[in-house]
Design a protein around this ligand. Structure first.
Ligand SMILES: Cc1ncc(COP(=O)(O)O)c(C=O)c1O
Length: 459
C-alpha cells in the first residue's frame, strides 16, 4: 500500500512538472533539476518541510523572509477559513474595507513615529512603485536615490533602483533620474542629496540580497538627518527586515529611526496569501489623496482584500503572542555565535554576520594553492558556482534548504522561520560545519562541483 501511495505521488509529481514545464517556466524546472533540488513537498509546518518520499527538510531560507511565523501557522489558517466561511464582501470596490482599517491601525501603532497611514498592495515591488510615486508627488522632485547592491523588486520602477544589475539587463529604458550611492557611505550620500533633486532616498536598513550587510547606527541616523536637511524623503524598504525578522517589529527600531515611509510585504500576511503595505505620514497621504477627486488616485483591485487583511491581523497577533521578535533577537545572537565558533579556523569563512534571524555566512577566496586552483576554476565557469555547491550539498546530504544572496554569491543565508527551535539551530550549525569541513579537506566537494559544471554546460 505504501509503495503504491508513493508511486502515485511520483507520477503526479512528474505530470505536474510536465505541465509546469510546458506552460509556465521550463527553465526554472531545468535549474532545479540541475541542482538536484526538484523534490515534491507534500506538507510544511513550522521550520520543517516534508517530501513525498518522507524526507524532512529544515527550512533556513523562509521563502526569502516570508515565513517568519513558520509554515502554515494554525492561527493564519483558522483566520482564512473563518473569513471564507463568513461570505463577506469581496472586491465590491464600493465599500469601506473595515479589516484594512483594523490592520492599518495595528501596523501604524507598532511602527510608531510619524507613520500614521497605510496603503495596502499585493507585493513588495508594488510597495516600492508606490513610494516612488508618492515621494515624487510630495516633494515635486523626480530624482530617486538608492544604494548599490540593493534588491527592491522586479517591476520597472523597482528595477530602476537596481539599474546596472543582472536583474535589469535588457529591460530598459528604466526610470530617468535614479542614481545610486554606496551603502553605508555618508560622504557620497551627502554629495548627492545636496543637489536637492532627489524625491526619496530608498534604502534597506539591513541590505539582504547584497549579502546581509548590517550598517552601524550612525550611518542610518545621519542618513535620515541629511535627508531632512536636503528635503529628500527617507524611505525604508523593510520587505525582508520587517515583521520582527531582525528582532524588532521594524529594523528601524534598532536604530532609533523615524522614516517618512516604510514598505512591508512578504511576512506581512503569514505566507499564504499575498500582501504588502506602505506606511506613511499624514503629510504624505495628504499630498497624494488631496481631495475627493483624488480619493482613488492610487489603488489596486486586490489591495485591501479581506483574506489578506485577516491573514495580516492573525499574523501580527501570533507574532506578538508568541513573542517571536524577542525569540529572533535572542536565538539569532546564539546562532551567530555558534556558527562563528564552529567555523573559526576555516580559511574560506570570512565572517558570520546578521541581525536577529537575518544572518549570513560570508565566504572568501582561499589562499592555499590546493583550494585556490579549483575555486578559481569554478569561479570562471560561473561566479555563483561555489555558493550553489554549498547550497546543493546542504540540501542533498543534510536535508537543509537555504540559498546564497541574490546580489552576493559568496554569502550563504541563515534565515529560518522565527519559530525555529534550538535543536534545529544546532542541526543547522553541525550540517554547515560538516559541509565547510568537506570544502576544506575532501576532494568529493570539488569533484561534485566539476560534475555540476559539466552538467550545466550540457543542459
Ligand atoms: C528588500 C526587498 N524589497 C522588495 C522586494 C520585492 O518584493 P516582491 O517579490 O514581493 O515583489 C524584495 C523581494 O525579494 C526584497 O527582498
Amino acid at each position: 500500500m505504501a509503495a503504491t501511495q508513493s508511486g502515485v505521488a511520483e507520477i503526479t509529481s512528474a505530470r505536474t512538472d510536465q505541465s509546469y514545464s510546458e506552460h509556465v517556466n521550463p527553465q526554472w524546472v531545468r535549474l532545479l533539476n540541475l541542482l538536484e533540488m526538484n523534490v515534491r513537498y507534500t506538507r510544511c509546518s513550522g521550520a520543517e518541510l516534508f517530501t513525498d518520499r518522507g524526507t524532512r527538510i529544515l527550512d533556513f531560507l523562509s521563502g526569502y523572509c516570508v515565513h517568519n511565523l513558520g509554515h502554515n501557522h494554525p492561527a493564519v489558517i483558522a483566520a482564512l477559513h473563518d473569513e471564507l466561511d463568513r461570505c463577506g464582501p469581496a472586491m465590491l470596490q464600493s465599500h469601506v474595507a473595515e479589516l484594512a482599517g483594523e490592520l492599518a491601525a495595528e501596523l501604524t501603532r507598532l511602527a510608531g513615529g510619524q507613520l500614521t497611514k497605510a496603503y495596502f498592495c499585493s507585493s513588495g515591488s508594488e510597495g516600492v512603485e508606490t513610494v516612488i510615486k508618492f515621494s515624487r508627488v510630495h516633494t515635486r522632485r523626480s530624482g530617486l536615490l538608492y544604494c548599490a547592491g540593493a534588491f527592491h523588486g522586479l517591476t520597472c520602477g523597482a528595477l530602476s533602483l537596481m539599474a546596472g544589475s543582472q536583474w535589469a539587463e535588457g529591460f530598459g529604458p528604466l526610470l530617468p533620474g535614479a542614481e545610486n550611492v554606496p551603502f553605508a557611505h555618508l560622504k557620497e550620500l551627502e554629495q548627492k542629496l545636496a543637489t536637492r533633486k532627489f524625491a526619496a532616498f530608498i534604502v534597506e536598513p539591513v541590505q539582504a540580497e547584497a549579502g546581509i550587510c548590517v550598517p552601524d547606527r550612525e550611518y542610518l541616523q545621519q542618513a535620515q538627518e541629511m535627508c531632512r536637511r536636503y528635503g529628500t524623503l527617507f524611505v525604508l524598504d523593510e520587505v525582508q527586515t520587517g515583521m520582527y525578522r531582525t528582532g524588532k517589529f521594524l529594523a528601524a527600531h534598532h536604530y532609533g529611526l523615524d522614516p517618512d515611509m516604510v514598505v512591508l510585504a512578504k511576512a506581512l500576511s503569514g505566507g499564504l496569501v499575498p500582501s504588502g503595505a506602505v506606511l506613511m505620514s499624514d503629510e504624505i497621504y495628504e499630498s497624494i489623496y488631496s481631495g475627493l477627486g483624488r480619493s482613488i488616485i492610487h489603488t489596486s483591485t486586490y489591495s485591501e482584500n479581506n483574506l489578506s487583511m485577516r491573514a495580516g491581523l492573525a499574523t501580527l497577533h501570533a507574532l506578538q503572542d508568541e513573542r517571536l521578535g524577542e525569540r529572533a533577537e535572542q536565538l539569532g545572537a546564539k546562532l551567530r555565535q555558534k556558527l562563528a565558533d564552529a567555523l573559526s579556523g576555516y580559511e574560506m569563512v570570512a565572517e558570520v554576520r546578521g541581525l536577529g534571524m537575518l544572518n549570513g555566512i560570508v565566504f572568501q577566496s582561499p589562499n592555499k594553492l590546493l583550494l585556490k586552483v579549483p575555486f578559481e576554476a569554478f569561479r570562471k565557469v560561473h561566479a555563483g558556482m561555489f555558493g550553489q555547491m554549498l547550497v546543493m550539498r546542504l540540501f542533498k546530504s543534510k536535508n537543509i534548504l537555504t540559498q546564497i544572496c541574490g546580489n552576493n554569491l559568496m554569502v550563504l543565508k541563515a534565515a529560518p522561520p522565527l519559530v525555529v527551535t534550538e535543536a534545529q539551530l544546532d542541526e543547522f550549525v553541525a550540517a554547515v560545519q560538516t559541509v565547510v569541513d568537506m570544502v576544506h579537506s575532501s576532494p568529493t566537494f570539488w569533484m561534485d562541483a566539476l560534475q555540476l559544471a559539466r552538467r550545466a554546460v550540457n543542459v
